[in-house]
Design a protein around this ligand. Structure first.
Ligand SMILES: Cc1cc2nc3c(=O)[nH]c(=O)nc-3n(C[C@H](O)[C@H](O)[C@H](O)COP(=O)(O)OP(=O)(O)OC[C@H]3O[C@@H](n4cnc5c(N)ncnc54)[C@H](O)[C@@H]3O)c2cc1C
Length: 357
């Protein structure tokens, strides 16, 4: 059953061939592409990648542009702008459905659609920018939830085998903000299958801040709509929902991942007073935002046309006149300061294209 092939919104088929890539990134940064192809059909996306491979040209797959930092010199190859659409229910049981989502679908539109249909499992991931097809790339997560909780298959074009195949979650090797897809150009994700519970109630709440905002306890369930609205509100307060006029949202979300250290390392650091999340294997995750603030970089800390968001310490933002060079200079300053103060190295969460930290 085909449910909502939503083609009503702007599909950006009129993208000018050599417009700077800044036009397609949430940072509004990035120079010119070699060539740019907009794909609205899955076959067209595969053909574009296959042809570029045959000609030995590098390929950059770009969807929502919300997790990439592209160099000021742009990308000297084929940029594939993915705008495929379609949401399809591929199996239904009494308690759950499997929903296949085209890679170019806007992620938050899919979340809204799931909530409207009474499908539970992705509601805590409301408000995250970008496409459905990019969610497996870094195993997108927020508020105690991640897409690995619901993904049952990723349908991808494998450039090495020149074939489309369905990959199991084990093959995807999902981990914290990581998967087999991240930092690899082997796969083009075409569709993602999510198994969602048929329920008007959310998954159990696992995140303390969210539970507090909902007036609930960890483990409680609330209505899907309440979960979605509350998450979006919390995110908006932190500049974590895109708003074109708000420079605090001209970012890639969190610029650094939260460092994870071994139990011994944690004990040696003497940071018991700092917020932290113990892992099941004895490791400890430390909020990068806390480290950054306590290394002397407050919200609003500025570089040349760029700054830490005034709403969230982990977001590095373009204030309108920024460049990728300036953004990475700021990131280096912060990373160096945290290393000097705590001996902990921060790692970037976005994918760096034709530039380095
Ligand atoms: C304000 C803001 C808040 C954010 N909050 C969160 C958050 O809470 N949690 C979180 O995890 N992330 C968050 N992000 C990061 C980002 O939104 C996600 O990582 C998102 O999934 C990226 O989707 P995209 O379509 O924009 O990917 P892009 O930026 O276009 O691409 C990102 C990477 O994935 C690759 N890629 C994209 N699509 C495909 C495909 N179909 N096949 C193969 N490779 C592909 C690209 O080549 C690139 O390497 C946030 C970003 C912003 C700007």
């Amino acid at each position: 059953m085909f449910v909502v092939p939503d083609v009503s919104r702007d599909r950006q088929t009129d993208a000018p061939a050599n417009s700077p890539l800044a036009a397609y990134t949430t940072l509004r940064l990035g120079g010119e592409p070699g060539t740019l192809t907009v794909a609205v059909e899955t076959d067209q996306a595969v053909t574009t990648v296959r042809n570029a491979s045959a000609e030995g040209r590098p390929v950059l797959v770009l969807a929502g542009g919300s997790n990439v930092v592209i160099g000021d010199a742009g990308f000297p190859g084929e940029v594939l702008l993915l705008r495929t659409r379609g949401i399809e229910v591929v199996s239904t049981r009494a308690d759950d459905v499997v929903v296949r989502v085209a890679a170019g679908e806007v992620w938050d539109d899919f979340v809204e659609y799931a909530v409207t249909n009474g499908w539970s499992g992705v509601e805590f991931l409301s408000g995250i920018p970008g496409s459905a097809g990019a969610t497996p790339i870094q195993n997108v997560g927020a508020y105690g939830s991640e897409v690995a909780d619901t993904i049952v298959a990723v349908h991808a074009y494998d450039r090495e085998r020149d074939a489309v195949r369905a990959m199991t979650p084990a093959e995807c090797a999902f981990a914290y903000r990581a998967s087999v897809f991240k930092h690899s150009d082997r796969y083009l994700v075409l569709h993602v299958d999510f198994r969602l519970a048929v329920s008007t109630e959310s998954a159990p709440i696992r995140y303390a801040e969210l539970a507090r905002s909902l007036g609930a306890e960890a483990g409680d369930r609330v209505s899907l709509r309440q979960a979605r609205d509350t998450v979006r509100k919390l995110r908006e307060q932190k500049g974590m929902v895109l708003a074109p006029d708000d420079h605090d949202t001209w970012s890639v979300g969190s610029f650094f991942t939260n460092p994870v250290v071994s139990g011994e390392r944690w004990a040696a650091l003497g940071l018991d007073h700092a917020p932290h999340w113990p892992g099941e294997d004895g490791s400890v995750k430390i909020p990068a935002a806390w480290l950054i603030e306590h290394a002397g970089f407050p919200k609003g800390f500025a570089g040349a046309g760029v700054s830490i968001s005034t709403k969230h310490t982990l977001a590095l933002t373009n204030r309108g006149e920024g460049t990728t060079t300036a953004l990475l200079d700021l990131a280096r300053t912060i990373r160096g300061g945290v290393l000097e103060k705590f001996g902990i190295e921060l790692h970037p969460e976005p994918v760096l294209i034709n530039c380095e930290l």
